[in-house]
Design a protein around this ligand. Sequence first.
Ligand code: CU
Length: 206
Amino acid sequence: MKLGRAVSTTTAVIAIVVIVLAVAIIYLYYQQIASKPAPATSPPATAPATTPSPAPTGNKLPYDASSKTVYVTLDTRTANYDFNGSTKGKLVIYIPAGWNLVIKYVNKDPGGLPHSVGIVANNTPTPKNADLTKDGKLIAWAPDGKLGVSGFKEGIGPDETTVMEASSIQKGVYWIACGVPGHGISGMWIILVSSDAVTEPYFVTT
Ligand SMILES: [Cu+2]
């Protein structure tokens, strides 16, 4: 009886020790898991989608600050009524308010059409008339020569060059357009912005 009880007691003690150890091991095991950093459940934070793009600085245009004059060279290089490859307002020229603008225009139209260049204080967002002088006030144009406004409508032939000079362009938004009948309404116009917010002339294409 005594021996049996002793064995039984020893067994019980061993069992308790085993249980305690088991509990301790399990406890330590879960402690270890808990101490590990939580796995990432989402990708690292990236720049928010709403981050604004840097403001377009545009492409600088040559100018002379002392005479407040901006110099632009335009051409027609396709048979699609373009200025420097752009049509329908997709080229925008920005100049400081009140400055002068000199445009050298070269007609390289491979289709051989005559073209001109002029600044129109437009009263409609896009050309509505084949005759652009009916869509606003023409404030400068070339060729002029002795032709007057008819120079704007007749234009220059292929491979010819003309120079337009506009003085003290008041702040506003204008078209730079071809005055040969039907060309403006076909897309041959870009945009000129004269603004107090502009300190150095530049252009953007869209
Ligand atoms: Cu034209």
